[in-house]
Design a protein. Structure first.
Length: 261
């Protein structure tokens, strides 16, 4: 698709052929414009929070002559959407915590619980939190892939609503979010690392995931080197926590890739 980076091309592939897509934080409308021009989707909604990006996206849509098929709206997260309006939503290029906040809002409950909804998510960090959200809110991870773009490894996930199991009641959607967030933080190192890299990648022995694990290990070793002589109880506790994280990461790496970490 013209004008898309390798990262956005992978996101577009995960969207698949759907009727109408919403792109949250649309970055000049690059993705919805490409999807409509290539007839992957019939219509699209591009949403921007701030005035500058909203105007830039609206102008890009006008230049492409797609103002009749792409609706450009200003608002926070999913708030500009109404239930049953789209059947796929893209959240790409945001931090994991920002995506969590969007997906656990009370308005998200109204939109996402109205009908089975496909989510394509590309977090810039905190991907483990998004995988945890999927399990907690009744979504299954249908695709979990990585792509290298300009030297950076990006993770792209496609989440589809479960139709054969329990789902979060809309009335509890936002209220339960703080508790779910605490539960995630209280997970042990082993569970957090598995969420961070994803079962799809671990089972496949993904080499991009191996590279990410090595990078995380290097960060922990540098941080532990800086804390070689803890000066207070807080620093000592932090060093012990990082040592446990590094040990858990080493066990996971060696279990998956059958070589020393």
């Amino acid at each position: 698709m013209r004008g898309l980076t390798a990262r956005l091309l992978r996101v577009a592939e995960l969207v698949g052929r759907v009727r109408r897509v919403a792109d949250i934080g649309s970055d000049h409308g690059l993705l919805p414009i490409a999807l409509v021009q290539e007839h992957v989707v019939r219509t699209a909604v591009a949403i921007e929070l701030n005035e500058g990006p909203f105007r830039a996206t609206r102008e890009a849509v006008l230049r492409a002559g797609l103002e009749e098929t792409i609706s450009v709206r200003q608002g926070d997260g999913l708030h500009p959407l109404i239930p049953f309006e789209v059947d796929a939503i893209v959240l790409a290029g945001m931090g994991g915590q920002t995506i969590w906040n969007i997906l656990t809002s009370s308005h998200a409950a109204r939109v996402l619980s109205a009908e089975p909804m496909r989510l394509v998510v590309q977090p810039m960090n905190g991907s483990g939190l998004i995988r945890y959200w999927a399990g907690a809110y009744g979504y299954r991870i249908d695709a979990d892939v990585r792509i290298r773009d300009s030297g950076i490894i990006y993770e792209c996930l496609r989440l589809d609503a479960r139709v054969d199991g329990p789902r979060m009641p809309p009335a509890d959607w936002a209220d339960i979010a703080p508790q779910r967030r605490r539960e995630y933080e209280e997970l042990g190192s082993d569970d957090k690392w598995r969420l961070a890299f994803g079962e799809h990648a671990l089972q496949a022995g993904c080499l991009y995931a191996a590279e990410q694990m090595q990078e995380e290990g290097a960060k922990l070793r540098r941080a532990l080197h800086d804390l070689a002589y803890p000066k207070n109880d807080r620093a000592y506790a932090r060093a012990a926590e990082m040592s446990a994280d590094l040990a858990a990461l080493s066990r996971l790496y060696e279990r998956v890739f059958k070589v020393r970490f």
